[in-house]
Write a protein that binds this ligand. Structure first.
Ligand SMILES: [Zn+2]
Length: 252
């Protein structure tokens, strides 16, 4: 595909390149993840202002030439600014973490409008002062679900029974699902979780992220969810996210 294209985009990552250029990774509405070069972006501040910094929500104009890895960024007009995110260190750290997760979990040029919409809503809410932990958890669960990594949570993956309400269940990262109290007893490296946590995971995947604020989560349930999500990420990416360390330092 060669030509000029225009689409809404969020800047995921931006880094200096050579004397005056910047290499930028976008998540776009029309084309999914796109990597591009903004020539002279560091010298001619007028051209791109600060619209190529992470979290920028822009109208992106780019030129793509068949066979080239990077598109050429031609114009970046701001649609909306998320100033609170860059001013509040904790919100900034969580936003960096979620952007890195999205970047790592997606391949270039695989369009997914729902992922783009989730990202925009998430940034608007985080910037608008929404409760950080619940909304970050919602973002991660919904992202996995939209990218097709949703675990099997309704029934035990071994015996297929619906676990009874009064027992704990186990989450298997390797097998991507839950095991009931009986079947889980036989296996190693499982994460014990309450049924309330399982219900939260199911709910978060299903309802709109804008409803996240209505969900009240106990501290222990949040910890269980974080453990399940954290192990899930390491299993799928084969590594820890870089921004996780930064995040841990800030939230200590
Ligand atoms: Zn079972």
């Amino acid at each position: 595909m060669t030509g000029h294209f225009k689409t809404e985009a969020i800047v995921l990552k931006s880094m200096d390149y050579g004397e005056s250029d910047r290499i930028i990774t976008f998540y776009t509405l029309e084309f999914g993840k796109v990597k591009g070069i903004a020539k002279g972006a560091r010298n001619s501040k007028k051209r791109f202002v600060n619209n190529l910094e992470p979290f920028s929500y822009i109208n992106l104009l780019f030129f793509q030439k068949q066979g080239r890895d990077l598109v050429i960024v031609e114009q970046a007009e701001v649609i909306r600014r998320f100033d609170t995110l860059t001013a509040d260190l904790e919100r900034f750290a969580f936003a960096c973490y979620c952007l890195e997760l999205l970047n790592e979990m997606t391949l270039e040029e695989q369009k997914n409008i729902k992922v783009f919409e989730l990202l925009v809503k998430f940034l608007i809410m985080l910037n608008g002062g929404a409760g950080i932990k619940t909304i970050v958890m919602f973002f991660q669960i919904k992202l996995f679900s939209l990218l097709g990594y949703y675990p099997h949570l309704d029934t035990c993956i071994v015996c297929k029974n619906i676990p009874t309400d009064d027992n704990k269940v186990f989450f298997s990262t390797a097998r991507s699902g839950i095991l009931c109290f009986v079947c889980g007893d036989q296996e190693k490296s499982l994460i014990p979780v309450s049924q309330g946590t399982v219900k939260f995971l199911i709910l978060a995947a299903r309802i709109d992220i804008e409803k996240a604020e209505r969900i009240d989560m106990a501290e222990w349930a949040a910890k269980e969810c974080e453990k399940v999500i954290g192990d899930f990420i390491i299993h799928h990416l084969g590594k820890e996210l870089k921004s996780k360390k930064f995040l841990e330092k800030i939230t200590e």
